[in-house]
Design a protein around this ligand. Structure first.
Ligand SMILES: Nc1ncnc2c1ncn2[C@@H]1O[C@H](COP(=O)(O)OP(=O)(O)OP(=O)(O)O)[C@@H](O)[C@H]1O
Ligand SMILES: [Mg+2]
Length: 537
């Protein structure tokens, strides 16, 4: 609980209160302990204290037992005893719920929490996808091309469309962006599909989270407790780590540098943190380590709750200044080794044996060491942790539902929408190109048809012309013959007539030589002369 301007976390056996300095809370922390030893309750007590200080927090709720923070705790016999033992009434302890906002990337147990492919950025995405250096460089290029062309990368559809577009047009882009190997792009597409199959599609989309919406305060000035339901999310540790890493990176990028502060601006809790590290690749672990190291200057404290301190990689563990270690059990030499390492990670107190003590702690008890204002870790102390003021355990569906819907953020994020982004643009472009190709194909076919028809018409005309010529020729020829025959007939007729006349005349002139001779001979001679004159035979 928040008391005496500090976080009162517990009480030593001698009745002395043990505090955590708010100014040292950005030096991060560890809550470790075996199953049922009290980690989640300790995490709640810390989160409540930050909220009471006006500091908003973010919790990953893996088992649903952090959800009760929105409800007041109950005065059971056990609680009454603790309140009395810790003299909490005098310190202002009362049961109350905390202003809470429920989130869920699947949108079932909380307000949908999404981001976009652009917001996630190529480097974190490459780490999550497990890309090699070359593929990471290519992914960066694909983001750059999308940027240069004004194409939004919102969801995995957009990313796949963009990757395929760059691959299909690699020659066109190579002058400006360097070598683009379609084989490597195909490998990235396969990784994106694998990520989609794990359910990441839900996480990418609009309306994307504005991380500043985590930073609100409730009616009494208490910091809001943002509770991310992770019960489904942890089924895939890769997604869980990707998501948590994204939130941390986003906080890091969004918040200004503030240096050391009297109290944190924001505190981030990872319950069941071994899941975060188990699913993380080596690159992701390095990234987590870097962000944890740097984020403290942004006024953000990060607290990991896990079963064994050995779950936390050394690089991260070295950053954790405030340690709360609940009971640890060791039945095998390997387990004893781990407990010994945990004990050695705490500043030794000559008054007790830390190793032995860690293995003999009761539920809700811990060995703790916190950073003093001068940055020096306190001696290890055995303490009983205070009880929480809010409800322990889960909440009913109806309580959750009303909490979700009463949040002002519900109307902002409840509905998803698919904006006009890279996928839609490239699909349209593809359709337009197909339509243009089809139109060109039709035009070409029509042109061919028209050409054929023209050629056929020309042939027909040619044939008609030839026919006409032939007919003309024939007609001419026919005409010639007719003339001849006409001439012949004229000739015949004229010659006959003339011949007859001449014959007649001649015959009459030769009348005296006899009738037969004059008539026929005259006609015959006359016919011969006239026929020659008219061109006949
Ligand atoms: N500080 C405390 N005050 C009151 N009760 C406590 C406290 N710590 C633990 N308890 C009791 O012990 C139970 C188990 O604690 P908790 O759920 O925190 O364990 P855990 O270490 O988170 O277990 P798991 O690893 O299974 O998540 C609580 O439900 C509560 O009843
Ligand atoms: Mg727990």
């Amino acid at each position: 609980m928040y008391a005496d301007d500090r976080i009162r976390i517990g009480m030593k056996e001698n009745g002395e209160n043990v505090y955590i300095e708010p100014s040292m809370c950005c030096r991060h922390g560890l809550i470790a302990g075996a199953t049922g030893s009290g980690k989640t309750i300790t995490l709640k007590v810390l989160a409540e204290s930050f909220s009471d200080m006006g500091v908003p927090v973010f919790l990953a709720d893996v088992k649903g037992d952090l959800a009760g923070m929105c409800m007041p705790g109950q005065e059971t016999d056990d609680m009454k005893e603790r309140i009395e033992r810790f003299s909490l009434t005098e310190a202002g302890f009362d049961f109350h719920g905390y202003p809470s906002v429920f989130w869920d990337i699947y949108g079932k147990k909380g307000i949908p929490l999404r981001t976009t492919i652009s917001e996630m950025g190529p480097d974190l995405l490459a780490t999550v996808l497990g890309l090699n250096d070359l593929q990471t460089a290519l992914l960066n290029i694909v983001y750059k091309i999308a940027d240069d062309q004004g194409l939004l990368l919102v969801d995995t559809k957009d990313l796949k469309a963009m990757l395929n577009y760059v691959s299909d047009n690699n020659k066109k882009f190579e002058d400006d962006y360097g070598k683009i190997a379609p084989v490597s792009i195909a490998a990235i597409v396969r990784e994106v599909v694998a990520l989609e199959m794990k359910g990441a599609e839900q996480f990418f989309g609009e309306t994307a989270i504005n991380i500043r919406d985590f930073f609100s305060t409730g009616p009494e000035g208490r910091g809001v407790i943002n509770i991310l339901d992770s019960s489904s999310l942890i089924n895939d540790p890769t997604l869980y780590s990707m998501f948590m890493m994204y939130l941390l990176s986003e906080l890091f990028e969004t918040l200004p540098e503030v240096g050391d502060q009297a109290k944190p601006k924001f505190v981030f809790f990872f319950d069941e943190a071994h899941l975060l590290f188990n699913g993380a690749s080596k690159d992701l672990l390095t990234k987590i380590e870097q962000v944890v190291k740097l984020i403290r200057s942004k006024g953000v404290g990060v607290y990991f709750a896990t079963q064994n301190p050995s779950d936390i990689p050394d690089g991260v563990m070295n950053q954790l200044g405030n340690k709360i270690e609940h009971a640890l059990h060791a039945y095998t030499p390997a387990e004893q080794k781990k407990v010994r390492a945990a004990a050695e990670g705490l500043r030794e107190n000559p008054e007790f044996n830390t190793y032995e003590t860690l293995m003999s702690l009761g539920t809700g008890e811990a060995v703790v060491s916190f950073l003093a204002p001068d940055g020096v870790p306190s001696l290890a102390q055995k303490v009983a942790i205070l009880p929480p003021q809010s409800q322990m355990g889960e909440i009913t569906e109806s309580v959750r539902d009303s909490e979700i819907k009463s949040s002002l953020l519900y109307s902002k994020y409840a509905q998803s929408y698919d904006p006009d982004s890279a996928y839609e643009f490239l699909k349209r472009k593809g359709v337009e190109e197909e339509e243009a190709k089809e139109a060109a194909r039709i035009a070409e076919a029509e042109q061919k048809e028209a050409l054929k028809a023209q050629q056929a018409a020309e042939k027909e005309e040619q044939r008609a012309l030839q026919k006409a010529e032939r007919e003309e020729q024939r007609a001419k020829e026919k005409g010639g013959r007719a003339m001849k025959s006409a001439a012949k007939s004229v000739g015949n007729s004229v010659a006959g007539t003339v011949g007859r006349e001449v014959g007649k005349s001649v015959g009459s002139s030769f009348g005296k030589f006899g009738k037969t001779l004059g008539g026929n001979m005259g006609a015959s001679i006359g016919r011969g002369i006239i026929g020659t004159l008219f061109g006949g035979r």
